[in-house]
Structure formats: structure tokens, C-alpha cells
Design a protein. Structure first.
Length: 325
């Protein structure tokens, strides 16, 4: 029913059409041979991967690698409709996530059935493991995905951020001023990341962690790893640079500041049973965004919308049909 292809690596420096530089890497071939690839191939079916696939279906699925302007390789998947709309959907995961987890598979299936080419792309700090980059580096990651979708012929894009992905997409729009973004979707936003940490542990402990990172920065050790307690998310290794870029006094990750700079229609979706974030975040984002923002909630849904993927997809696609028909 669905065609799945391994594709080339592309380099995206900025808005111009990128050069094609190399075939798929051996590491990606390994990825495609294991169960992760089978999951990706089965996305649009919602069942175990079929023994064979055929060409000419309603969805053409490609696993790909993009290269950012600063040389970072990012894996992802694109779902292409046979009769695509002019607008494409770009899915950006949250902290510790990746392009093939959470509700992204079912949303991609629903979106491509509605005619939206859909790209889900790893950010450079995807999955678990030590975090060494800066929050602002994700601007280059999103720019690479946007450039790829433009190469496919899409002049208008919809950005969807999940959890901390909401901070990523809002910063991208505020910093880049990208006029091709037709709409923005914010799902399970944690709000300001310092405030989230203070909500979990109290302001004194949250400030102590930032102070530790600032001390490392002042002494020339901002690339030194710190063990950071993330409460319900466990513990993780961050460089001082990474932590300060998200929570420090000069952080650019504050969504309430960045959302005020977004001029396109905004949909904010929160789970009614989301215990990972403060309950007032959706309303605060809506107030900061102004009249362009719509706030919606799905009763009994958790942070990841497990078992509520269909309701989430329906809400998103219904709203999209009204703002970018």
C-alpha cells in the first residue's frame, strides 16, 4: 500500500535551493534495517510493517538525512501525498524525543490523508544522552527542514512543536522572521523552562542549578558536564552552555516573549490530564499571543496524548482547514 524509500543526504545552508552532497550514510542504513525503521514504515498503517509495499499509493514515505548550515546531520521522515496541498506540515519534537515517537506517526497519517505533505525531523539534541549544544542551535535545524519542504515546492509551512518543541518553533519564528510560516501549533507546551524547573523543585533549587552553570561559565568550563535532576523525567547530563541557553538569565527560550512576535494564526493544545506541566500555561500563552491564538484542551489526555492521538489529529486538522484551506 505504501512506498518507503531510503534517500540522499541534503545540505541546507539557508533559503537557497541546497546542493546534493552524498548518498545515505551507513549508520542510516543500519537504522533502516532495525525495528525503528519497521516502525517508521508502519506509521501510516497503524499496524506491523507489511511484508511488501507497492508504488502508487496515497502516501510516499522517505527516510532522509538533512545537513544543517553548520554541518550537523539530522535524520527524519517525510510523508508525501499524491495530491499535496500548497501548505506542508513540519513536526518538531520535544526534549529527549525524536522524529518517530509519541503521536507523530498517527498525526502524519491523518495529515497526509488530508493532503498535507508532512516532515518529522530530529533536532540535534534528540533522544537521551549528554546535551552539549545550545538551545539556539535548533534554529539551524528547523531552517534545514523548512528549506527541504520548500525544495518540494511548498511555499507555505505549518510548524508544530510538541512539549519543548513549542519553545523551539517559537524561537525559530521570532529569530528568523520567516514569512513562509502560515500557522503555528503548540502542543503540551511546558512554558518557560526556568519556571518549569522552579515549579518542579522550588525557586531556590532552580536558581542553585543555574548558579552552578554560571560559575562554570565564568571559569571557562561551560562545556563541562553537569548532572541535572529533571524530576519526573529523571536525571541527565548537560553542559553548562546547554543549561544556560534554556534556563539562564539571558535565555532566548522564553515562549511568552517569542510568541508575542508571531503574526500567523496559533493553535495551543493542552491535555486535560497533563501532570507534567503547570495547568495555566496554555492560557498564559494565549494571552501573550493575543487574538491570533486559539486555546483548546482534550479531556483526560496526558502530556504525550497517548490513547488520544485521533482526537488530537482531528482537532489540529479541523483548525488547519479553517486557517490554511
Amino acid at each position: 500500500m505504501y512506498s518507503v524509500r531510503i534517500t540522499r543526504t541534503l545540505r541546507y545552508a539557508s533559503r537557497p535551493k541546497p546542493d546534493r552532497i552524498s548518498p545515505t550514510t551507513p549508520a542510516l542504513r543500519t537504522l533502516l534495517s532495525n525495528t525503528v525503521f519497521l516502525l517508521c514504515a508502519a506509521w501510516v498503517l497503524g499496524q506491523p510493517a507489511p511484508a511488501s509495499v507497492s508504488i502508487g499509493a496515497i502516501c510516499d514515505t522517505e527516510i532522509l538525512t538533512l545537513k544543517t548550515a553548520d554541518g550537523v546531520r539530522l535524520q527524519g521522515v517525510v510523508f508525501r501525498a499524491v495530491r499535496p496541498k500548497a501548505v506542508a506540515l513540519f513536526l518538531v519534537h520535544g526534549y529527549g524525543g525524536n522524529f518517530y515517537e509519541a503521536y507523530f506517526p498517527k498525526l502524519a497519517e491523518a495529515a497526509v490523508h488530508a493532503g498535507y505533505d508532512t516532515l518529522a525531523l530530529n533536532m540535534r539534541d534528540h533522544d537521551a544522552g549528554p546535551k552539549k549544544s545550545s538551545f539556539t542551535d535548533n534554529q539551524a535545524d528547523i531552517a534545514a527542514g523548512a528549506a527541504y519542504l520548500r525544495e518540494l515546492g511548498h511555499k507555505r509551512l505549518v510548524l508544530l512543536g510538541q512539549s519543548m518543541g513549542t519553545n523551539r518553533v517559537l524561537y525559530y519564528e521570532a529569530a528568523s522572521g520567516d514569512q513562509d510560516i502560515a500557522a503555528t501549533i503548540l502542543v503540551s507546551s511546558p512554558g518557560d523552562l526556568f519556571e518549569w524547573n522552579a515549579w518542579q523543585f522550588g525557586k531556590e533549587r532552580a536558581r542553585a542549578t543555574v548558579d552552578e552553570a554560571l560559575n562554570l561559565q565564568r571559569t571557562g568550563h561551560e562545556e563541562e558536564l553537569m548532572l541535572v535532576d529533571l524530576g519526573p523525567l529523571g536525571k541527565a547530563l548537560y553542559t553548562a552552555r546547554y543549561l544556560l541557553s534554556m534556563r539562564g538569565p539571558e535565555r532566548l527560550s522564553n515562549p511568552y516573549v517569542n510568541v508575542a512576535k508571531v503574526k500567523n494564526p496559533i493553535l495551543i493544545v493542552q491535555g486535560g490530564a497533563d501532570k507534567l506541566i503547570a495547568p495555566d500555561i496554555g492560557k498564559r500563552l494565549q494571552m501573550a499571543a493575543g487574538p491570533a491564538a486559539v486555546l483548546a484542551s482534550i479531556e483526560d489526555a496526558s502530556h504525550s496524548f497517548e490513547n488520544h492521538e485521533s482526537s488530537l489529529s482531528e482537532k489540529i486538522l479541523t483548525w488547519l482547514s479553517t486557517v490554511v484551506p
